[in-house]
Design a protein around this ligand. Structure first.
Ligand SMILES: [Zn+2]
Length: 393
């Protein structure tokens, strides 16, 4: 049977009595069809379902099946039932949906952009345009949209025969049906739509575009209306105030101050890197004074708490001079680092010794015969050093 869609005639009705036409158990739910309903079906025309109850039983889902609206309940119902729709959720959807009509109108009017996609979710709404938009175009469309809201224009829903509807200069070509439901925003827009809308544009409160991104060959625009826009403003304003307090500056100075901090940070990072390199050079020079000389080669064996990056840097500096070989180890909480190297004029079998030491610390890593590094999880740095010393000397 055809379910009479009361939400089409009046979006503000939240309580209604209806007769159960059928109630059939399917898996864990009962599929309930009524002679009439105020429940909007899920994702019909891009809008989510209404929340609410039927005779006190929570409505799990609402589906459109041909001319029928199917309500999914966990318990069976019969006879006359009382429908109750959560108006908070419904009104929020009405605000977003009517806002979409207005924003789509503004983008079409100002820039000739057609809305080719619409998605209304529980937290945000998007429309897809077939044109590319700049930031300035978005601002202009936002301003026109909000002007239409302030003018508090009447929004009406009327049924038209298909041919009559085509005479209305519709912003989007409708699907060919005998009858079309046209949503008109006084003096502005006529558009075929089956959703729920506010009666006056002023009820939308505000339209704020929050994001735009390139989508396919056009633009996806994300926006918020009414309470959602207010909630978003509260969060963002708090965030700005917190940041202002943190940086002890006015909100309009935040960007300048953050850029300054980032630049300073970049300079400091560079300074630290330069100082680190200088410090490693100093450490390398100090290690040469303890080198053990054998057959004209100076051997450096050392254990420290440097990280593997610094060990490598120190080793590289040591072997820049001819006739140097170095075995450097370090230990931290749960890692053991090993770096070995020799000057380019030498040809000690470093790789072989490295592999033996690597096995001692259960290390992972490698390199060429002149510079090798690994990190292991066995804290046996001293053993490693001893093995290298005994093999090399
Ligand atoms: Zn609509």
């Amino acid at each position: 049977m055809t379910s009479e869609k009361i939400f089409m005639d009046d979006s503000y009705i939240t309580e209604l009595e209806a007769e159960v036409a059928s109630c059939v158990q399917k898996d864990e739910y009962y599929e309930v069809i009524l002679d009439k309903t105020i429940f909007y079906p899920h994702m019909s025309g891009g809008q989510p379902k209404d929340e609410g109850t039927i005779s006190g039983i929570k409505v799990i889902n609402v589906l459109e099946r041909g001319d029928e609206i199917v309500h999914l309940l966990k318990e069976p119902v019969e006879g006359t039932v009382k429908l109750s729709v959560d108006f908070g959720t419904r009104f929020d959807y009405m605000q977003q949906h009517t806002g979409q009509h207005i924003l789509s109108y503004a983008l079409a009017k100002l820039f000739g952009g057609n809305t080719v996609g619409f998605h209304l979710s529980e937290s945000y709404t998007t429309i897809d345009l077939d044109i590319l938009l700049t930031d300035e175009m978005v601002v202009a469309a936002e301003q026109l949209s909000n002007r239409i809201i302030y003018e508090n224009k009447k929004v009406t829903a009327r049924e038209y025969a298909y041919e009559d509807a085509l005479k209305l200069n519709l912003s989007k070509m409708p699907v060919e049906l005998d009858h079309l439901r046209i949503i008109s925003i006084e003096n502005y827009d006529d558009n075929a739509c089956g959703g729920t809308h506010v009666n006056y544009t002023g009820e939308i409160g505000i339209i704020k575009v929050t994001k735009k991104e390139k989508y396919k060959s056009g633009t996806r625009v994300e926006f918020l209306c009414g309470r959602r826009a207010l909630d978003d403003y509260i969060v963002k304003n708090k965030s700005l105030l917190d940041l202002s307090a943190l940086l002890t500056c006015r909100a309009d100075m935040l960007q300048e101050n953050i850029e300054k901090i980032l630049n300073e940070n970049k300079k400091l990072t560079k300074d630290i890197s330069t100082l680190g390199s200088e410090l490693n050079e100093y450490k390398a020079r100090e290690l040469t004074s303890n080198a053990v000389v054998k057959d004209g080669v100076s051997f450096v064996f050392n254990k420290s708490d440097n990280d593997v990056k610094d060990l490598r840097s120190i080793c590289s500096k040591l072997i820049e001079t001819d006739n140097y070989a170095a075995v450097l180890v370090s230990e931290s909480d749960n890692t053991c680092n090993l770096v070995m190297g020799q000057s380019k004029n030498l040809s000690l079998d470093m790789k072989n010794i490295f592999e033996q030491c690597k096995a001692v610390i259960n290390g992972k890593g490698g390199g060429n015969n002149y510079l090798l590094q690994c990190t292991g999880d066995l804290l046996r740095a001293d053993e490693c050093l001893e093995l290298a010393r005994n093999t090399l000397l």
